[in-house]
Design a protein around this ligand. Structure first.
Ligand code: TRH
Length: 401
């Protein structure tokens, strides 16, 4: 029997859950679907534990779901590098490990998995090589993305089939609500999940729901937007399982659930507010209308990224529906000229967005289908094999790398 390919994934948790969220998902997909022996090095096990509750943050080494999870600390051990090395989001690899890579006869194939962006320049930079300044090593840049010129998105083999089965199974949906301590929705009720950063537009959105004609249940995972929501209801703070009701709005605070269960929440809701990178992608696979709170960057470049994505997404929409989506998304992201942070426009923008609900629903379905052919894990494996062949040819020809 062939020995499995080996892969080291390195992840530093900059903040929040997106870095480890992406790495954990990728690790599982490579191991479960492609039989790769994955070792995941992460500097913050407590964050991983939020996504995978079985993780013990006190352990230097542990097996979780078929992945070897290693706590990445300053004193990096001497290990044999894997055949494939993924440095996530330009985290810097330990010097000792880089030297060990350089000392291999067959050098590991090393790539930097970049952040997701819909911007055009991604196509030019995807798969670019970058020679190490001192050592006989090459690093490649691998960009996820939305077009065939980019590296695709993380998508488990059976995800869309599981989503479809779930969404057409009333019992499964009821069980999902029950597991979250919620009853099934009333016929007129709208269920919205709301995962975001602190957001000046939040109170206005909540007000819009409170005063709206349709009952809205907003499912708010505990985290960064919670203090603001609590303040809206006159509470000093909030915690998981709190419920607040005013007018037509009910807010239910949800505990942070394991990563797989979060998918079910997105599948069960009518509309999802998501953020960062990984939940943003998962909302797209959910095939339901969604609103993205992009990770804010100090220099404002995130607005270019937001617009680049909206341009792609709205290309398949009727102009009025596209306008409604842009207006809500820009306001939600504090774009001056959109619905600004200080204006009272988010509630109105929401009404316009909902007014195009069925068109946006169709778009969400078609978009998920359209993206599903460009699978990041498969693309990565193809790339590793392609570079591996070139490298082996180089070794045979007597070159170093
Ligand atoms: O948490 P995020 O904001 O993460 C990031 C980081 O800030 C990172 O530094 C930044 O560069 C990146 O965004 C773009 O959002 P994200 O990416 O959506 O990650 C959240 C993860 O948490 C995702 O894997 C889904 C998961 N999750 C759960 O598993 N359970 C939950 O209950 C919720 C709400 C989320």
């Amino acid at each position: 029997m062939n020995k499995p390919a080996t892969c080291d994934i390195f992840c530093t948790v900059v903040d929040n859950y997106g870095d480890i969220g992406v790495c954990w998902r990728l690790a599982r997909q490579l191991a479960h679907e492609h039989g790769v022996a994955v070792r995941l090095w992460v500097d913050d096990l407590a964050s991983l534990q939020r996504l995978c509750p079985a993780v013990d943050p006190a352990l230097a080494e542990q097996q979780q779901e078929g992945i070897e999870v290693r706590h990445w600390t300053l004193s990096f051990p001497e290990v044999e590098p894997a055949q494939w090395v993924i440095e996530a989001f330009a985290c810097e690899l330990p010097e000792r490990y880089v030297l060990a890579m350089a000392n291999q006869v067959r050098k590991p194939i090393w790539l930097n998995l970049e952040y997701l962006s819909a911007e055009d320049w991604v196509a030019d930079c995807h798969k670019l090589p970058s020679p190490h300044p001192r050592l006989p090593l090459m690093k490649y840049f691998f960009f996820p993305g939305f077009t065939p010129q980019a590296g695709g998105l993380l998508l488990e083999r059976d995800l869309l089939a599981r989503r479809d089965a779930f969404q057409s199974d009333a019992q499964a949906i009821a069980a999902c609500w029950q597991s979250l301590g919620l009853e099934a929705p009333q016929p007129e009720e709208l269920r919205v999940s709301l995962f975001s950063y602190e957001n000046p537009a939040l109170p206005d959105l909540l007000r819009g729901w409170e005063q709206g004609v349709q009952p809205v249940t907003c499912l708010l995972p505990e985290g960064r937007a919670l203090p603001q929501a609590a303040a809206y209801f006159g509470q000093k703070q909030g915690k998981a399982n709190d419920t607040w009701q005013r007018g037509n709005l009910r807010v239910c605070v949800l505990p942070f659930v394991a990563q797989e269960r979060y998918d079910e929440l997105l599948w069960a809701c009518d509309v999802n507010f998501v953020r960062g990178e990984d939940s943003f992608v998962r909302a797209q696979w959910a095939g339901r209308p969604f609103v993205w709170h992009i990770y804010p960057q100090h220099d404002g470049v995130h607005m270019q990224k937001l617009r680049a994505f909206m341009d792609l997404y709205c290309a398949g929409l009727a102009p009025e529906a596209a306008q409604a989506l842009r207006s809500l998304w820009e306001g939600w992201n504090g774009e001056p000229g959109g619905v600004s942070a200080t204006s009272t426009g988010s509630g109105q923008a929401w009404n316009d967005f909902q007014g195009h609900g069925s068109v946006l629903q169709q778009r969400a379905q078609a978009w998920a289908q359209q993206l599903s052919g460009n699978n990041l894990a498969l693309n990565l494996l193809d790339f590793f094999r392609e570079i591996g062949k070139m490298r082996d040819f180089g070794i045979q020809a007597g070159r170093e790398t």
